[in-house]
Design a protein around this ligand. Structure first.
Ligand code: SF4
Length: 362
């Protein structure tokens, strides 16, 4: 570690330098103009999975549709997921919706006003609880996200693997030590913003950085090595065969109810295989598919489309089956026919929506 910054005076200097930098360089973002905990929470959940530029339209649409916590609590889950469509990590939207309901129904609509209370809520982890507590209530708790890990690891030369179990405790303790108790909100915003626009992962702007006289990474040319990140989790390959059943211009979709990716969203009938196949005979042991193939014809195949999730790589192939209008058709549970307008309204994974845009929506 670099010594000057570890001295008490150095710590004070760190915070004031950082806050000065923030006042000069921060971006003007809508969630920085509010201390409404609901809106701060919403922005944090959106920004956990996307960059500001991509997340902004979602945030603006959400606050327009659900301006208050009570509006979100009163919404139908399907509508919430539809609005979230394209952001991914749909369980976060579902958790947020359920937590909004809990706050309204069990806490009289009063948003918990302290870190200790916030962290008890479903879907609110240590970072989000600290962000809401400090930004909305100025509670002196350090909010440590990926940006903060990077900034602290580089400046202080911390080599702890940030994916290890003790990392959060270590980095949070340091951030807490640096945080000025009377201005927690600005300090947290400043550290996060500094990581996002000055001390970026790949190309940190070291030459114009106010910390380049004390930064360990700059002094040692170790920007690319810090923070230390353990091995990435293995990515699992999955092979999805989707059957798009069309009858009289309507499509059969089903709600995904099992605990898997995209719970609560809508997709087509799915047969998952151990490996990729282009041969329908290999899938015909599925009795629903066998029944459909007897009745209709395959009018198109498309794919494979490769879709990446955090820990999964999906290879999706679509088989479009057209059914004759005169015959009635058996559909599995959770499945129903929808016309084009209804299909558009359903919440769908991006993969499914891309297929529909290409081949179904005119
Ligand atoms: S000198 Fe470079 S690595 Fe160090 S804090 Fe500044 S931008 Fe980050």
């Amino acid at each position: 570690m670099i010594s000057p910054i570890n001295e008490p005076a150095g710590l004070l200097d760190f915070s004031s330098k950082l806050i000065r930098w923030y006042h000069r360089h921060h971006r003007d973002l809508p969630w920085r103009h509010t201390n409404d905990p609901y809106r701060i929470w919403l922005s944090e959940v959106i920004l956990q999975q996307t960059r500001v530029a991509q997340g902004m339209p979602y945030y603006l649409r959400f606050v327009e549709q659900y301006p208050t916590l009570r509006d979100l609590a009163a919404a139908d889950e399907k509508e919430v997921l539809r609005l979230w469509q394209g952001l991914g990590y749909y369980s976060r939207a579902r958790n947020m919706h359920q937590t909004a309901r809990l706050i309204v129904q069990e806490l009289g609509g009063n948003f918990p006003a302290s870190y200790a209370e916030l962290i008890k809520l479903k879907g609110i982890g240590a970072y989000t609880a600290a962000a809401i507590a400090s930004f909305a209530y100025n509670e002196p708790v350090a909010a440590v996200d990926g940006n903060v890990y990077r900034v602290l690891a580089r400046i202080f030369g911390i080599k702890t693997d940030i994916t290890s179990s003790g990392a959060r405790k270590e980095f949070t303790a340091l951030a807490q030590q640096l945080l000025p108790p009377d201005d927690a909100a600005t300090f947290n915003q400043a550290t996060i913003e500094f990581g996002a626009i000055q001390c970026q992962p790949v190309a940190p702007d070291c030459l114009l950085c106010p910390f380049n006289d004390v930064c360990y990474a700059f002094a040692h040319g170790a920007q690319a090595q810090l923070p230390v990140k353990g091995k990435k989790n293995k990515v699992r390959d999955r092979y999805l065969n989707y059957f798009v059943v069309e009858k009289e211009g309507r499509l059969a979709l089903r709600e995904r109810t099992t605990k898997d990716v995209w719970q609560g969203m809508y997709d087509f009938y799915l047969i998952e295989a151990a490996e990729e196949t282009t041969d329908l005979n290999e899938l015909e042991s599925d009795h629903v598919l066998a029944h459909w193939l007897e009745m209709g014809e395959v009018v198109r195949t498309a794919g494979p489309y490769v879709h990446l999730l955090t820990h999964q790589r999906l290879y999706a192939r679509f088989w479009h089956l057209r059914m004759p209008p005169e015959r009635s058709l058996l559909l599995p549970d959770n499945m129903a026919f929808y016309n084009q307008e209804e299909v558009e309204e359903l919440p769908k994974p991006v993969l499914i929506n891309s297929y529909l845009i290409q081949y179904f929506f005119s």
